[in-house]
Design a protein around this ligand. Structure first.
Ligand SMILES: CC(C)(COP(=O)(O)OP(=O)(O)OC[C@H]1O[C@@H](n2cnc3c(N)ncnc32)[C@H](O)[C@@H]1OP(=O)(O)O)[C@@H](O)C(=O)NCCC(=O)NCCS
Length: 173
């Protein structure tokens, strides 16, 4: 699988994390236990750092990058859906960043929040804890409180996927 050091910047991947063979991880990237990175995802820690917390899945086609001013930091038990783009943003624990959404430098998404599919949180944007932000630019849905442990089911699916893929993935070409 393409996991690269860049000079002395080298990924730190916990032995219980999983990187699919078609994902790319470069440089200062830290993956905690149970974190998983799926096909065609790219995590590039060149000018800064990229951190992915315990049991967080980074799904197919997602790109996570950073700058020297803006590390990308994602907490535990998050679901980062398909085709997401996260620049140097900070995302708390138990967040759902849904398919096709974009989170730019300096943005902060607090614990338990949801960014709906296709949403854009722009530079220095802020999504409060357990709120749901939707649209372009993303706006918080008034009066809506995201249930606690909202990501728990999907987190478990991806933990199970790690075991399934470790055991059963076979390349046939
Ligand atoms: C954000 C999301 C969780 C909301 O689901 P929900 O709470 O069931 O919301 P509803 O479908 O009942 O819609 C509520 C309102 O939000 C709007 N809405 C829902 N999702 C939206 C989105 N992604 N962007 C803009 N508006 C959205 C609906 O149009 C509706 O508006 P209205 O009240 O004016 O009619 C869901 O739409 C979503 O984006 N899921 C993503 C799943 C995913 O990407 N998973 C990752 C892979 S595992």
């Amino acid at each position: 699988m393409p996991i690269y050091a860049l000079g002395d910047r080298e990924p730190a991947i916990h032995s219980d994390a999983y990187v699919h063979p078609d994902a790319t991880v470069i440089g200062n990237v830290t993956l905690a236990a149970g974190a998983s990175v799926w096909p065609q995802a790219v995590l590039r820690g060149d000018s800064g750092t990229v951190e992915v917390g315990e049991r967080t899945s980074v799904q197919d086609g997602t790109v996570i990058h950073c700058t020297s001013f803006h590390p990308a930091k994602i907490g535990s038990d998050c679901v980062i859906g398909h085709n997401v783009h996260i620049e140097g943003a900070v995302i708390g624990d138990r967040c759902l960043i849904a398919s096709g959404s974009v989170v730019l430098n300096g943005a902060v998404i607090e614990d338990g929040a949801v960014l709906g599919a296709g949403g854009v949180v722009s530079f220095d944007g802020h999504v409060p804890a357990r709120s749901m932000a939707l649209g372009v630019p993303a706006k918080v849905r008034e009066g809506h409180v995201v249930p606690e442990e909202m990501t728990a089911g999907i987190v478990q699916v991806y933990l199970d996927n790690i075991a399934t893929y470790r055991e059963g993935l076979r390349r046939l070409d």
